[in-house]
Design a protein around this ligand. Structure first.
Ligand code: FMN
Length: 342
């Protein structure tokens, strides 16, 4: 069978194919962070459409860590039940699930709270951003705890895997970058110190839950003097040593202006996934303007990555996998109720 449609073993989890729905904020939760009917239909459609692994959108580990007031949350036990229902639904259609655990850091636009960050540096003068409060070490400790508790809630809710959001300029990435982390304590300064928080959180989550852990990372921040692919290889190797299962490789998002950003054409950032996989052998998910079956097959054949994430393409077309099945000619894999349409 073609690799794209063949199963993949992620620790003890068997994915039915290599297609991933990456986390995409829908900003449709109520201000209590709870799932609504929209979420069940939205994710359910992609599960019926045949996606192997659905990673639910950035879900806040504390209320002030939301990007907007309408993000999903797992900062409270009352939020477990909705995620449990979602997992039951997605599992019934044969998809495996992961949840992206997130903290927005200085990019939070919540009305009632003040944002926090490694250093008190504003993201942008426009767009309603506020100057963040620079976290004390004791406050960092409680954020670490909040990540671990949210991971335990995700486990109770039945997710198969976890994803830590350390990309796109949100809190954990702000710690990684020398441009947004200007601390001079044990979480700032050297590359090792800037990586410490991400590594400590991953280690604690793995020890506490024993669940497969994926880390989403911006491989390059596209600005002189910022985080680079070499830093990403260093961090990925450290994460591999402590048992992180997979790296989900994105890029950018830490600055309003990104002078070194490449043209956003097909596969614009998949080379980063290849570089990390090649350097240290850790499995990777590639993402970024992957839209065709041919591209997805090529990325797997060339060992750029182990799984293929399609973001906006799956928003446009929840049945992308059915089209791929038709194109590859594995008709037995079609969703039976839809088979006459393909
Ligand atoms: C509507 C939307 C919401 C997104 N929300 C998230 C998110 O919650 N977490 C995240 O890591 N990336 C998020 N992203 C980035 C996507 O996961 C993906 O990396 C990006 O869209 C590039 O892939 P694509 O070209 O296949 O869409 C979002 C993208 C879109 C379009």
């Amino acid at each position: 069978m073609n690799q794209l449609l063949s199963p993949y073993q992620l620790n003890s989890i068997r994915l039915k194919n290599r297609v991933v729905m990456p986390p995409m904020c829908m900003y449709k939760a109520n201000e209590d962070g709870q799932l609504r009917d929209f979420h069940f239909c939205h994710y359910g459609a992609r599960a019926i459409g045949g996606v192997g692994l659905i990673i639910t959108e950035a879900t806040a580990i504390e209320a002030r860590g939301r990007i907007s007031d309408n993000d999903l949350g797992l900062w409270d036990d009352t939020q477990i039940e909705g995620h449990q229902k979602l997992n039951n639904l997605l599992h019934s259609f044969g998809s495996k699930t992961a949840i992206q655990l997130a903290h927005a850091g200085r990019k939070s636009l919540c009305k009632a709270s003040s944002p926090v960050a490694p250093s008190a540096l504003l993201f942008s003068e426009t767009g309603g951003f506020k100057v963040p409060h620079a976290l004390h070490v004791s406050e960092i400790e409680s954020i670490k705890e909040a990540f671990i508790t949210a991971a335990q809630r995700a486990q109770k809710a039945g997710y198969d895997a976890l994803e830590l959001h350390a990309a796109h300029g949100y809190l954990l990435y702000e710690f990684l970058s020398p441009l947004t982390n200007q601390r001079n304590d044990l979480y700032g300064g050297s590359l090792k110190n800037r990586c410490a928080l991400v590594i400590e959180i991953c280690y604690a989550i793995i020890q506490t839950t024993q669940m497969p852990l994926i880390v989403r990372l911006s491989a390059d921040e596209w600005i002189e003097g910022g985080w680079t692919i070499n830093d990403s290889i260093y961090l990925s190797a450290e994460l591999q040593k402590i048992g992180v299962s997979m790296m989900h490789i994105s890029a950018g998002g830490n600055h309003e202006k990104q002078p070194l950003m490449p043209a956003l054409t097909s596969l614009y950032q998949t080379e980063y996934a290849r570089a990390i996989k090649k350097a240290i052998g850790i499995p990777t998910i590639a993402v970024g303007l992957i839209t065709t079956t041919q591209e997805a097959k090529m990325l797997l054949e060339e060992e750029v990555c182990d799984l293929i994430a399609l973001g906006r393409e799956l928003l446009r077309n929840p049945n992308w996998v059915q089209f791929a099945i038709k194109e590859i000619g594995e008709r037995a894999l079609l969703e039976t109720s839809y088979a006459r349409a393909f």
